[in-house]
Design a protein around this ligand. Structure first.
Ligand SMILES: *Cc1c(COP(=O)(O)O)cnc(C)c1O
Length: 488
């Protein structure tokens, strides 16, 4: 192409790309349509079902392929409404008490909106000192709430799984677990440890370490005496114990391992002490929860999920590492095209402390709701969840036919219905939860506890209140009675 042809083509292309920069006039109706969609969603939310099965499970979306020309916003929004925001579980609903919910704060959505529009790059201090300060400030705030020191390092991640990976890679390097000694290196956890840690171990090249499932007590907490014994046996056998993974809130029953006792054992044996507080960590914000999490401050690394206990929408985890140097040693990098960024600052760059370089500016979706609501509101919401779990436990214990085997440490309440003689309890409870889910007013999930099919309440959405639980208990009784009658 000669220069003249080049100039002409560039002019044409520039004209065509102007569509990517809508004018104020073009922007407003689109913005209003999107905002109207969000407002309608929130207004209708209390009446919306928590679980919907549509015949095509969203496949209608595929009938509108990605195409060369754009479509009006209303059409796009109606595709979203029909095929994305209808089928499946509605995690925004206060009736969602399955798995581990969180809700998704509206102001967090506005924070994300601003983060996307301004598109600050929060990976490197030099690039956006304010954004990096904000993210580090949030990490220091979380550290303070769980009793970690002021110079704690960490990273805001997409969730607990990636946060766990960062923690375990740091632990691996800090403990010098190189490939030759992996087969003799031993890791301790329980059978209730979250599967994301098994996954992280495998991804971190630690899948061939020896993994010990330490026995648990009757409330499904790790037994410290049993742990001390296994470590001793392993040492005697010439193995290298190096990592202890405790849970501050298991997914199955919400159990908190005896964190202080485990800390002492980890210290005596020079193990890296990791606490998975993805679900339970933010309960440290209220005094009842803080008491339950005592000992967490002695960990080397902690994972906690803002998209659970801080009610932030999906996509927000956090890892805290006590020793900043160890975190940086495993995750820093140098590249010649980054030379401009190597200025000396008081603030570490997230890109030096995580596997990511370009990244979502995750801080804003956490910072904005904390600033607008104030932390006190969160403390109340978290105490409310703990008390709702106690309330549910007490109510269920008095309902005829229901068995509630575990006193809740946090906000998971596990139970089952014990049907009359001759009826298979597992089959019955499977049918019971199915009936509850199809009813659609509340959503519960299930797990297996020593071969028994159990139903669980995970009370953590900021939209879940006492009336939600009263409704859920009513539905459960109604469905259990109907099933019992039909079974005969
Ligand atoms: C949710 C959860 C995880 C995994 O975190 P993600 O954010 O889903 O990746 C790990 N451990 C526990 C105890 C959890 O509840």
């Amino acid at each position: 192409m000669d220069v003249q042809a080049l100039e002409q083509r560039l002019q044409e292309l520039e004209q065509q790309t102007l569509l990517l920069e809508p004018t104020t006039q073009d922007r407003l109706p689109v913005q209003q349509a999107v905002e109207q969609y969000a407002q309608t969603f929130l207004e209708e939310l209390p009446q919306l079902p928590v679980f919907v099965v549509t015949p095509d499970k969203g496949a209608g979306l595929l009938e509108s392929p990605i195409q060369e020309t754009g479509m009006p916003v209303q059409e796009a929004l109606s595709l979203l409404q029909m095929h994305v925001d209808t089928p499946g579980i509605n995690p925004a609903s206060g009736g969602h008490m399955g798995y581990i919910p969180g809700g998704g704060l509206y102001y967090s959505g506005l924070g994300d909106y601003l983060a996307a529009v301004t598109n600050r790059y929060a990976g490197i201090f030099y690039s956006s000192p304010g954004a990096v300060r904000m993210e580090n400030m949030l990490i220091r705030w979380m550290a303070q709430e769980i009793g970690f020191p002021a110079d704690t390092a960490g990273n805001l991640t997409s969730g607990g799984s990636i946060a766990s990976l960062i923690a375990l890679v740091t632990a691996r390097d800090a403990q010098n677990i190189t490939c030759r000694i992996i087969p003799d290196s031993v890791i301790y956890c329980t059978s209730h440890t979250h599967h994301c840690l098994d996954k992280a171990l495998r991804i971190a090249g630690l899948g061939e370490c020896q993994l010990r499932h330490v026995p648990m007590d009757a409330q499904y907490r790790m037994d410290p005496l049993a742990l001390a014994q296994v470590i001793q046996q392993d040492k005697t056998a010439g193995l290298k114990p190096w990592l202890l993974i405790a849970s501050a809130g298991t997914t199955d029953v919400g159990a908190v391992d005896p964190l202080s006792e485990l800390a002492a054992i980890a210290q005596q044996n020079q193990l890296w002490y990791h606490v998975d507080a993805a679900y339970g960590g933010f309960f440290a914000l209220c005094s009842v929860g803080k008491e339950k999490l005592k000992g967490i401050e002695q960990a080397d690394s902690v994972v906690m999920d803002p998209h659970k206990g801080l009610f932030i929408p999906y996509g927000s985890g956090a890892v805290l590492i006590k020793n900043q140097k160890q975190l940086a040693e495993s995750h820093h990098y140098q590249a010649s095209y980054m030379q401009d960024t190597l200025s000396v600052t008081g603030e570490a760059s997230p890109a030096d402390l995580s596997p990511e370089l370009s990244k979502h500016f995750r801080g804003l979706r956490i910072w904005l709701p904390l600033k607008l609501h104030g932390v006190a509101t969160f403390r109340s919401a978290l105490e409310e969840k703990l008390l709702l779990a106690q309330y549910t436990y007490q109510k269920l214990s008095t309902l005829p036919g229901f068995e509630v085997p575990v006193v809740p440490d946090l906000s998971v309440v596990i139970f089952r219905y014990v049907p009359k003689d001759g009826v298979d309890a597992n089959a019955f409870n499977q049918k019971l939860i199915h009936a509850v889910q199809l009813d659609g007013r509340v959503f519960l999930s299930s797990t297996l506890l020593e071969g028994k099919f159990m139903i669980r309440f995970a009370i953590l959405s900021f939209r879940t209140h006492k009336a939600t639980l009263d409704l859920a208990l009513e539905i459960l009784q109604e469905k259990a009675q109907a099933l019992e009658a039909a079974w005969a």
